[in-house]
Design a protein around this ligand. Structure first.
Ligand code: NAP
Ligand code: MG
Length: 401
């Protein structure tokens, strides 16, 4: 059998711990036997980030701008314990944060749906994709404890030195205060990424904030989305038969629960943080959640939503058997390969991606799965496989399609 050819390389960002082990298995068992894989390889493993003073992370993001599509393995975000463990020169920043800052994107997260792993919400039949704005608000806020009576104001000083003031509160006693901001350019990028992703995935887009209460701040988000939609996207949405609508965040939450899924839910930074954890647990498992960073320029970086599964890695190092779920990492590869195929007009590559995803789902639905899924499945007597055997079982299913 001849291998599927690629014309343009993918940017490959290798990572850490258990997911680095899975990465190698996935390539060897599921991709390289079938695809003449072309990648430009960047080793984002913590040791190499440390050796290169984190330059490799920047280079990998720049390469993504050059080629358009990247696939990323989970990576360690160092904390004090990791500085010690890896004898780091510095507590390097989160690679995802660095990449996001360079590509200026929005992160979309969607669950992988399989029969036998049922969402807690009975009527959810299709995935719900969360689009989280990744800049500002409470994540870049300034805060102060107010010790006692006194006045707090917001002061804006323009370039000429002219001041504008708004009273926050006339304190009569101790309290707390917080100043948040966002930037119109970032909100515009967020809006365009959401509209592009909706067109790409042919799903309707919901956007929700609390503009009835936040008449300047949240209302600006609402207005920017509406202006960009009407000027640049409305006709394209109409042509595909999908819709964009804005609603209040509390109304959105109620409607999401009653819906059958199959749409994109755009959220402000905090709402997206909280709601994506709720959705991933309600859909079943963090190990079944995909994640893609989409930049407004149309660069794509695919990864799994989970981390490096450190606990399993230490077991692996001890020579113990692990049963780590590789599905979200496989879907990162298929997502990237499909997008590469789409951009290059390579239908064989796109079909390979579709078939490999089908093989993952079929393998689980036939009762072969890793421990995390076996614990929550409604399938009777599932076969629990170890990390490598699960990947081999997917290969067998793929070859039998
Ligand atoms: P994690 O790697 O997501 O794992 C947390 C727990 O969730 C695991 O211990 C495991 O539970 C379960 N789990 C997650 N993925 C699984 C999978 N594929 N198969 C089976 N079980 C899975 O989160 P963490 O332990 O908090 O973080 C570890 C490292 O990952 C940290 O250094 C963090 O910085 C990094 N991280 C990276 C990314 C990224 O690169 N995108 C994202 C998040 C975290 P059991 O142990 O109960 O089996
Ligand atoms: Mg969170």
């Amino acid at each position: 059998m001849s291998k599927i050819q690629m014309t343009t390389p993918l940017v490959e960002m290798d990572g850490d711990e258990m997911t680095r082990i899975l990465w190698k298995y996935i390539k060897e068992e599921l991709i390289e036997p079938f695809v003449d894989l072309k990648t430009e390889y960047y080793d984002l493993g913590l040791e190499h980030r440390n050796e290169t003073d984190d330059q490799v992370t920047i280079d990998s993001a720049e390469a993504t701008k050059k080629y358009g599509v990247a696939v990323k393995c989970a990576t360690i975000t160092p904390n004090a314990a990791r500085v010690e463990e890896y004898k780091l020169k510095e507590m390097w920043k989160s690679p995802n944060g660095t990449i996001r800052a360079i590509l200026d994107g929005t992160v979309f997260r969607a669950p992988i749906i399989v029969k036998g792993i049922e969402p807690c919400v009975r009527n959810w039949k299709k995935p719900i994709t969360i689009a989280r704005h990744a800049y500002g608000d409470v994540y870049k806020a300034s805060e102060m404890k107010i010790p006692g009576a006194g006045k707090v104001e917001l002061v804006y000083t323009d370039a000429s030195g002219k001041e504008e003031r708004v009273l926050v509160h006339e304190f009569k006693e101790a309290g707390v205060v917080q100043g948040q901001h966002n930037i119109c350019g970032s909100i515009e990028s967020f809006a365009r990424s959401c509209f592009n992703f909706a067109l790409d995935s042919k799903q309707s887009l919901w956007f929700a904030t609390k503009d009835t209460i936040s008449k300047q701040y949240d209302h600006t988000f609402k207005d920017i989305f509406e202006e960009i939609f009407n000027a640049e996207y409305k006709e394209k949405f109409d042509a595909l038969g999908i819709e964009y609508f804005y609603t209040l965040i509390d109304d959105a939450v109620a409607r999401v629960m009653k819906s059958e899924g199959g749409f994109i839910w755009a959220c402000k930074n905090y709402d997206g943080d909280v709601m994506s954890d709720m959705l991933s647990s309600a859909f079943g498992s963090l190990a079944m959640m995909t994640s893609v960073l989409v930049s407004p320029q149309g660069y794509y970086e695919y990864e799994a939503a989970h981390g490096t599964v450190q606990r399993h890695y230490y077991k692996h190092l001890n020579g113990e058997e692990t049963s780590t779920n590789s599905v979200a990492t496989i879907f990162a590869w298929t997502g990237a390969l499909r997008k590469r195929g789409e951009l290059d007009g390579n239908s064989d590559l796109m079909k390979f991606a579709d078939d490999l995803e089908t093989a993952c789902i079929k393998t689980i639905e036939e009762g072969k799965m890793t421990g995390d899924l076996a614990r929550i499945t409604s399938i009777a007597n599932p076969t629990v496989l170890n990390s490598l055997d699960f990947i081999k079982a997917i290969r067998t299913t793929y070859e039998s399609l």
